[in-house]
Design a protein around this ligand. Structure first.
Ligand code: NAP
Length: 280
């Protein structure tokens, strides 16, 4: 039976450490959150992030904007937060309401306040293997593998999903750690032949039931990033958990796996942004 990769427990430990480190700074870190529109999932995510920050002594200021906000007003708010000396990190909750283009908004963020790691400068630094703000979900996956001493160097890693937020940066992080990475997507042919070679298999496709037991190499570490909403409202990943559990060596639950690690890595980025600004 696979060892459970317990993201919730690890995230709780990381948060305790962040709390101590935040308390040692001259002033508490400050995260500004921009939430446009009424998307119910986004409201839940933002509340969760506010709670995490409060638990760790990180201050938050959430700017709630109507769904009808104009692109120009949104950009003006980002610019104002860029200039605000009290703000260490800025998080623009995605997705934006229909009609708003997220790209100019993310491009407008001051890279040193880009705690989600989505600004092109931070994406470029990641591609070059240089230090910058790393996106929270891929960083969370790496932290989880490291906590369970799962080796990456020289191992075959297969990532399902090539989004700029998850799959692609994760492939870059695994490559930087000397993994041999195959990045798959919806046009990949014969997915099972590739996944069966994986020592580390990460699924971030957002397709419930995509990863079956027959696609998993015995003993592999299987990380399920996806959060799919079932008809009954419950969350489920991409991996057929009960079928894969007896085959895999390590397996993340959903929820309680990558989700809490993503949130912990956001806090890490806010702490880092604050520390860098306070040291200037
Ligand atoms: P996305 O932008 O929709 O990207 C999905 C990727 O999966 C695309 O690259 C797509 O390929 C690929 N894909 C779709 N069907 C596939 C299939 N049958 N086989 C192989 N690849 C397939 O999604 P995302 O933002 O990366 O998020 C992915 C999942 O992770 C979602 O379920 C999301 O909710 C979840 N998520 C979780 C966290 C967390 O904290 N746990 C954070 C972020 C996202 P194409 O490029 O060819 O379309």
């Amino acid at each position: 039976m696979a060892v459970k990769l317990d993201g919730a427990a690890l995230a709780a430990k990381i948060k305790m450490q962040i709390r101590e480190e935040a308390a040692a700074l001259p002033r508490p870190p400050m995260l500004a959150v921009v939430l446009a529109g009424e998307d119910p999932a986004s409201q839940i995510y933002v509340r969760g992030k506010e709670r995490d920050c409060a638990e760790c002594g990180v201050h938050t200021r959430t700017h709630r904007l109507p769904a009808e906000v104009s692109q120009g007003d949104l950009l003006a708010l980002v610019e104002q937060l860029n200039q605000d000396e009290a703000v260490d990190g800025i998080l623009v909750q995605l997705p934006l309401p229909e009609g708003l283009d997220p790209r100019p908004v993310l491009h407008a963020l001051a890279p040193e306040k880009d705690v989600d790691g989505f600004h092109p400068l931070n994406a470029g630094l990641l591609a070059l293997g240089e230090p910058g703000f790393q996106p929270c979900t891929p960083a969370g996956v790496l932290a989880l593998l490291d906590a369970y001493d799962i080796p990456i160097r020289g191992r075959r890693c297969v990532v399902l999903g090539r989004s700029h937020l998850v799959g692609r940066p994760l492939a870059q992080l695994l490559t930087a750690r000397d993994g041999t990475v195959t990045l798959c997507h919806s046009r990949t042919e014969d997915l099972p032949a590739l996944t069966r070679q994986a020592d580390i298999l990460v699924s971030a496709a957002g397709r419930a039931g995509l990863v079956t037991a027959g696609m998993v190499k015995p003993g592999a570490a299987v990380v399920d990033v996806a959060m799919n909403r079932r008809a009954d409202g419950k969350l489920t990943g991409d991996v057929d958990f009960p079928a894969v559990e007896p085959v895999a060596g390590f397996l993340t639950p959903v929820p309680g796996g990558v989700g809490p690690m993503t949130r912990a890595c956001l806090l890490k980025n806010v702490l880092r942004a604050s520390r860098l600004r306070q040291a200037r």
